[in-house]
Ligand binder design. Structure first.
Ligand SMILES: Cc1cc2nc3c(=O)[nH]c(=O)nc-3n(C[C@H](O)[C@H](O)[C@H](O)COP(=O)(O)OP(=O)(O)OC[C@H]3O[C@@H](n4cnc5c(N)ncnc54)[C@H](O)[C@@H]3O)c2cc1C
Length: 357
């Protein structure tokens, strides 16, 4: 058994016993799963393999998303969007982020726009040997509960060059307002208002390269969430086809539905292969184009596959309580967060010559 298979098996066991039972409740009550985060941390799954090995992160996301898009999204934020860029660009002690005793959030998007991120308006002005941050951040996952924020703010002129990344501890100068969302519920989505937040000079850990690096790893994590969500609802649909009868035969015997499953499994397999390739080529020049390809493709596949699963499940698929109903809502975020479909296409187009075929 390879090391990857061993990790995958142990994550699977953990997911079944610790996440699957609470996943519907996290969604129904929109409840932030603080204890699940700690458990993930204790087992080393919150920041898998120190995010050094991206394939492991991808596989963990896949396994977790089979039962909960919400918990998988929290791993994405903690490990990919927060831990990885902060670790790369600072010597800050992140042991409590790894253990789940502290929560990290990635504060880039603003009310004025998320896609046009390098046009952000939040300001950090030099004052008293540090910086004073003022501005608003929008849609920040686990923003309601974070102890630390990776905040992108403007310290210079327009565009990416004028952006700095700050590590900011939660303080009363940060006002948090909860935002209710359609899917991936229980993830503490927040609007943040920074009102004269003074931070020491050392809080500035770099420029635009910091959030950009987090987003690149985050896109791979999203691919894992997409493939996992698709596999979870594909299994639910296949199980249903075996037990449900209509016109004196099981749904499994109906060719039209068999074709849905055949199409779905083919698309998931292709999405998985592209994402694995993206994890392997992450640091190569081609990685800059394969990662957005994996992100957009897997997100679109997940939405199609889950839509077919809902169709196969009929009324059950539309009703609260089915995994596919929840996955349907969770998966929709994957076409918006960490670069919309359109932004990913722009990234692919801008690096089209780097594609090796
Ligand atoms: C549940 C949730 C969690 C999130 N978590 C975080 C988080 O933790 N941290 C964070 O910083 N952000 C987070 N986001 C924000 C997310 O990254 C943004 O919503 C996303 O980048 C899109 O930005 P926007 O919503 O402002 O849409 P806009 O940027 O206003 O885009 C609106 C539409 O216009 C399209 N569009 C924009 N520009 C172009 C273009 N050049 N060409 C073609 N079409 C274009 C977009 O693709 C989209 O369809 C989260 C969002 C949600 C919904």
């Amino acid at each position: 058994m390879s090391e990857l298979e061993i990790i995958r098996d142990s994550v699977r066991e953990f997911v079944e016993s610790k996440i699957a039972p609470s996943a519907p409740i996290i969604d129904r009550d929109d409840e932030y799963p603080r204890e699940v985060i700690r458990e993930l941390g204790r087992h080393g799954y919150l920041v898998p393999n120190d995010v050094y090995d991206l394939r492991t992160l991808y596989e963990v996301e896949k396994e977790v998303a089979k039962v909960s898009g919400s918990v998988a999204l929290l791993i994405d934020v903690q490990a990919a969007l927060f831990y990885a860029p902060v670790k790369k660009h600072s010597s800050f002690d992140l042991s409590k982020i790894v253990s789940g005793d502290e929560i990290g959030a990635f504060a880039l998007s603003e009310p004025g726009g998320g896609s046009d991120a390098t046009n952000l308006k939040t300001k950090a002005e030099e004052k008293d040997g540090g910086y004073v941050i003022n501005g608003k951040k929008m849609w920040i996952t686990q923003g309601m509960y974070a102890d630390l924020y990776l905040v992108s703010a403007r310290t210079g002129g327009p565009g990416a060059k004028g952006i700095s990344a700050f590590l900011v501890k939660y303080d009363e100068c940060i006002k948090r307002r909860k935002i209710e969302v359609m899917g991936c519920r229980g993830t503490g989505t927040a609007e943040l208002t920074f009102e004269n937040c003074w931070v020491p000079k050392e809080s500035r850990i770099g420029g635009w390269e910091v959030p950009r690096y987090g987003l690149k790893i985050g896109r791979l994590a999203i691919a894992g969430i997409a493939v996992g969500l698709a596999l979870g609802s594909l299994k639910e649909a296949q199980d249903w086809m075996k037990s449900r009868t209509a016109f004196s035969k099981t749904l499994s015997e109906m060719q039209g539905l068999q074709w849905y499953i055949a199409d779905s499994i083919t698309e998931v397999k292709a999405a998985d292969s592209l994402a694995v390739e993206a994890s392997q080529k992450f640091d190569e020049e081609e990685g800059d184009v394969v990662v957005p390809m994996a992100k957009i493709f897997s997100a679109l596949v997940a939405n199609r596959v889950i839509d077919r699963a809902v169709q196969i499940l009929g009324g059950i698929g539309y009703a609260k309580g089915s995994l596919s109903e929840r996955a349907y809502r969770d998966a929709r975020l994957l076409r918006i967060g960490e670069g919309t479909d359109e932004v990913e296409r722009n990234l692919i187009w801008s690096r089209i010559n780097q594609v090796k075929l």
